[in-house]
Design a binder for this molecule. Structure first.
Ligand code: GRF
Length: 204
């Protein structure tokens, strides 16, 4: 069985690219059916096109409020048979209606070791705080920002000479490995949410 994935991406789309490349492998149990962006010029839409995946730009200006935007978003995903949504650099707050529609079936990636340094500019927060380790987190989406049950994490060192850019680049390497791995585990039915915990079941 192949899992149908939808990706939400506002920008560059390097995580999307890692997901697309994983899905292109014959033994990978998922495929991307649609990539949705809130930004017309998002490179993510170009990457989707190049991979033969349907790109969809949903312009926030065409909607009166967040609820109607999100209803259209949910409808677009559902009508393509999306079983798992992956937010990959998605910069809009999503309403409870979206979260409910995809409860336990939406993932997000954040470039820090949550619950440390959620929200905007995590690498700047890490450097300002003086943390020696950072990393990446893939988690289920709930109604709080960067807060749902954690699926996978990877740590990377913070070097004394790091800038936001060098740290971001090091974390990104971990992100590109982690996101496809989380999708694979979900597709194989190996993730069980128990309260705040995600149990990763052994391979069948
Ligand atoms: C990534 O660092 C992701 O963790 C964060 O935004 C960045 C998106 O990068 N949420 P890209 O668009 O996937 O290249």
């Amino acid at each position: 069985m192949t899992l149908t994935v939808g990706v939400l991406a506002s920008g560059r789309g390097s995580n999307l690219q890692a997901i697309l490349e994983a899905c292109a492998r014959p033994d990978f149990p998922a495929r991307v059916a649609i990539v949705i962006s809130d930004r017309e010029r998002a490179a993510a839409l170009e990457r989707a096109r190049a991979a033969g995946v349907e790109p969809l730009w949903l312009n926030p200006k065409d909607f009166t409020d967040r609820e109607t935007y999100d209803r259209t978003l949910v409808q677009a995903l559902q009508s393509r048979g999306v079983e798992l949504v992956c937010q990959a650099g998605w910069m809009r707050i999503l309403s409870p209606a979206y979260v409910r529609a995809f409860a336990g079936r939406a993932l997000n990636i954040h470039p820090s070791l949550l619950p440390a340094f959620p929200g905007l500019h995590p690498h700047r927060q890490v450097l300002d705080y003086g943390a020696k380790v950072s990393g990446a987190t893939v988690h289920f989406v709930d109604e709080e920002v960067d807060a749902g049950p954690i699926v996978l994490q990877a740590a990377v060192p913070v070097e004394a000479a790091d800038t936001e850019e060098t740290l971001a680049a090091r974390v990104l390497v971990a992100e590109h490995r982690l996101y496809p791995e989380a999708i694979r585990l979900f597709a194989e039915g190996r993730l069980r949410i128990e309260g705040r915990r995600v149990i990763v079941l052994p391979e069948a």
